[in-house]
Design a protein. Structure first.
Length: 82
C-alpha cells in the first residue's frame, strides 16, 4: 500500500505544481483491511508548497471503508529549459 500511496501522492504533486519531484518523506497510516482483490480507490491533493518542496496528503478506500491515509514531502524540480 505504501507504493500505491507514493504514486498517488506523486500524481498530486505533478498535477498541482506542473513539476516533477522525488519523495523525501512519506508517512502511511494503515487503518483498515479488506479482502485480496477488492478494488482500492484513492485520492490525493497538494496541501502546500514552499520553494522547492511540495506537501501532499492522500487517503484510500476499499468498498467505501477507509484503508489508509498518507502524507508526503517532495523535492520538486524546476522545469527543463526548452
Amino acid at each position: 500500500m505504501s507504493s500505491f500511496a507514493d504514486s498517488l501522492l506523486a500524481t498530486a504533486v505533478s498535477r498541482g505544481t506542473g513539476r516533477r519531484g522525488v519523495t523525501i518523506r512519506i508517512v502511511c497510516d494503515l487503518i483498515g483491511a479488506d479482502d485480496a482483490g477488492t478494488w482500492l480507490e484513492g485520492t490525493a491533493w497538494l496541501s502546500g508548497q514552499e520553494n522547492n518542496l511540495a506537501f501532499t496528503e492522500a487517503e484510500a478506500r476499499a468498498d467505501g471503508k477507509l484503508v489508509f491515509t498518507a502524507s508526503d514531502v517532495f523535492r520538486i524540480f524546476a522545469p527543463k529549459a526548452r
